[in-house]
Design a protein around this ligand. Sequence first.
Ligand code: PLP
Length: 458
Amino acid sequence: MSQKVFSTEAPPSSVLHASLSINPPKIVRAEGHYLYTTDGTKIFDASGGAAVSCLGHNNARVKRAIMDQLNKVEYTFSPHFTTDAYEQLAKFLVDSTGGAMKKVFVTGSGSEAVEACLKMARQYFMELPEPQPQRTRFIARDRSYHGNTIASLSVSGHKARRAIYEPMLLQNMSFVSPCYPYRDMRKGETDEQYVARLAQELEDEFQRVGPNTVCGVVLETMAGLTLGAVAPVPGYLKAMKAVCERHGALFVLDEVLAGMGRTGTLHAWEQEDVVPDLQTVAKGLGAGYAPIGALLVGKKVVDVLSQGTKAFMHFQTYHGHPTACAAAYEVQQVIKDEGLVENCRKMGIYLGERLRDRLGVHKNVGEIRGRGLVWAIELVQDRVTKAPFPVQTKVAPTIHAAGLQKFAIALLPGGGVVDGMNGDLVVLAPPYTITREDVDLIVEHTAKAIESILGPAE
Ligand code: PLP
């Protein structure tokens, strides 16, 4: 195990890094599951960047597909031209939903997919045979994250990321409780009772704001980085959709993180017996080989636009970028050919078991949860009261730094550190290509990083 300590002195850099005083370690090479720093340290990429690198690094097939596309047509302006690459990726995505989704709009990121989605929802109500211009509101959830651009941040219930921009955000947004059993389920409450309570809260919010003012309800199918790998309680999404439908609002699932195999099915909603009206995907779509996201548009919405203006009133210079589309299409073919969604499911079960064996008894581990290959360890001061650590103790970032510097593992810190409302989170989102040996390594190094800050498991 490497014991290298990175320099925290910032050499001059023109990059506007997250910190203006400390540069992050420089990665000079990436291969398979490993990142290599300037000084030769080999780091296991257990977070896939931000839950992105689902194939690992330096995949030969994807590189070839990118090169082939560059040799054909690297870029065109999508409102004026189409390409085989864009057509092929869109058809793959539509087919992957069994035809539930009818059209695809490819963006450059998850936030842009969410932006396009919000505009699409508004346009839908403006183009109904009897337009409903009063529908301007979205209902989302506390402690959610849907992106960092102004509109996507406006539907994010992430207090810390919103804080200084609050007066600039879209004002007519509502937030209801997330589905977060570890903290919010009452003692003795059944899944059914909990789901009924959350559905009632959504119903109450519709009534409070006026049901016919709501464009849609926006939810992460599986809460990812900020709440920490929380899978929905059985029946929860179905109940939320029923409330939406009762009031004619659109049911929007953000699968930027949970989609494209990460949770053990290509679309996370497949496990929940619901189909969204609008869906976003991003991270696992291009696996980091291209910056790419997509909005998937369901039949109900496409039908209305087809009878209306017959146009989507939104475009960007780089939307439908052919090279990004070619990369993403090949990523998806590799996932299919190598049975990686199945591996994601299998390795996810093993990862959960191993994490619970190794860390389940630790005095500061409140909960270990996840599905597929996104897992979170929620850390607390006290397991009985579930009291989080004070935000200023920065437990998760400190563990992240220890992971990198002493145990050669890249983890994702989150939770209390950015919000103060839940415990600190150590999130794992490794590539779908991992083996049981990789899982053993991830668990051991993650445990050591946690123990180096919080003491040994008891
Ligand atoms: N939606 C969800 C659920 C996310 O997890 C993220 C990013 O973490 C986003 C949207 C924003 O995506 P991007 O960072 O690609 O803009």
